[in-house]
Design a protein around this ligand. Sequence first.
Ligand code: MN
Length: 323
Amino acid sequence: MCFLKPAILINETAMKIIAIEEHFTSPAVFAHLGNTKASGIMTKLRDMGALRLKEMDEAGIDYALLSENNPAAQNLAPDVAIATAKASNDFLFEAIQANPTRFGGFATLPTPAPKAAADELERCVTKLGFKGAMIMGTSNGQFLSDKEFRPIFERAVKLDVPVYLHPSPVMPAVRDAYFKDEPYFHNSGLGFGLETLTHSFKLITSGLFDELPALKIIVGHLGEAAPFLLWRTTENIIRAGAKMPKALKDYYKTHFWLTTSGAFQDSALQCAITEMGLDRILFSVDWPYIDNLQGTTWLKKTPLSEKDREAIASGNAMKLLKL
Ligand code: MN
């Protein structure tokens, strides 16, 4: 006699997929966006249930860690940022409560008020169950390597949660000097990557990781080309210039975890694994800017052993984020 396996059992044996750079726009942040045109992307960003879950289901994504979309609360006046971040986090908490087996969250932080941002991170982790924070690049033009942001990182270490460093648009001075006549370079194809790669390296040369040896940073887009560049950073120019006890590469490999958001490229993945180690690579999509199904289709076929594929799909995230 032959029994068909019930669907639930088939699902239980399938590879679990967790995506961790999946965005939304809360009403609180939306209110600061000005004249935002209605668009398919904005419709998706503002959906916290049916539409989001449908696209997760179609792609086989079991669980998504949600984060406020750019620019989150990074470019607001300090007092406005504090209220906006709190409202965003409470909004996200409600969405998670409605679907606790499908959604988790990264905190939005009012970085223009660093001490309040540290307190908000603590509230989100200890009271709302969030798994860390995501910060959208610079805060009113300031990099997080500036000492005034140290309280945020100190608190992340105290709470033992990672900080996800996400791109923001390159600042106007850089944009004008580099891409005045090439607006198509401003965003995902080049500008975002340059901004976040620079930001990552500036965190290292600022001495942040000498002060906080347990700090964990997540970067998307497979590290914005960092794995490809690490060998070259071992030259003494950076280390000597920044007076660092170790090479930049050593800090990067110790403190950074990378995700696949919007970077579904076999050769880049292999480079990232080789440089960072398999346990440092986590799956993510970057929804709704990138299609979920494109991400999981790639994840299922990119050349990896099944054990390694499973680690990238969910195992590494479960470990790092204590899911
Ligand atoms: Mn993103």
